[in-house]
Write a new protein. Structure first.
Length: 243
């Protein structure tokens, strides 16, 4: 996992995301919907759903909204039908980009995603055009900003639970698992007293792309434009982040 630091990307984006509180409940509802759709509506057996609900509650999302999102995903409530779509393409400088979408209007979203790529020097590709450059992994983030968590202790706990790798970053530990071991590792760490800041099954680049300053500005603009789109759930890319 050398070179990967989702934590640094989270830090870099946090302030911008905090400024978009008007969209926060919609984004939480979609995260809950996706987690429940993939792993079922039972919080006791779906670690991704538990984390999505915890994040929503931390932002004071009403319980009725949370329940409604879960019921939509499990087919127990009438409402908009969301479709999951994945777009693949290249950003400026040949950066591989994958965008996961959850939308109730495929045509509208396709036009918006295509425009974002075109406006910022990128282009969309066919399905499979860049996904082979990524590995699907469980990702868990445990903060250690007060340096109270021993690296040896959390490493032993994570490996014992079935983790494949643990990376120490400034103020955080990043833990990687096989997708099938993700829920078990999450549960073990929680039961051992660790707070999980982030936990998801995600895509990790196999290799990283470096680009020049002009391309970097365009790439950041592309990511910002995609993040502003309410239908966008996740953005994955293989840009090598600046230290």
């Amino acid at each position: 996992m050398a070179g990967h630091s989702k934590w640094k990307n989270i830090q870099r984006r946090k302030n911008a995301q905090d400024a978009k509180k008007g969209k926060i409940f919609m984004r939480h509802a979609k995260d809950i919907y996706t987690a429940a759709k993939q792993g079922g509506g039972d919080l006791s057996t779906n670690a991704s759903l538990r984390l999505a609900v915890d994040k929503a509650k931390a932002d004071n999302m009403p319980n009725d909204n949370i329940d409604r999102a879960i019921k939509k995903a499990t087919g127990t409530l009438d409402g908009a039908t969301y479709e999951e779509i994945t777009y693949e393409g290249y950003g400026p400088g040949g950066v591989a980009v994958i965008v996961n979408i959850l939308t109730d209007n495929r045509n509208r979203t396709a036009a918006e995603i295509r425009l974002a790529f075109k406006k910022n020097g990128g282009n969309l590709g066919e399905n499979g055009s860049v996904s082979f450059m990524f590995d699907r992994k469980g990702y868990i983030l445990v903060l250690n900003e007060d340096h109270s968590i021993s690296e040896d202790d959390i490493t032993l706990e994570a490996i014992e639970a079935g983790a494949e790798d643990i990376v120490t970053e400034e103020g955080a530990y990043e833990i990687f698992t096989a997708p099938e071991d993700f829920d078990a590792v999450c549960d073990h760490l929680r039961n051992s007293g660790y707070d999980l800041e982030d936990a998801e099954v995600t895509l990790i680049p196999q290799n990283y792309q470096t680009i020049n300053e002009d391309e970097l500005e365009k790439m950041n603009n592309l990511v910002d434009m995609l993040e502003d789109n309410e239908d966008v759930q996740d953005i994955h890319h293989n840009l090598k982040e600046n230290e």
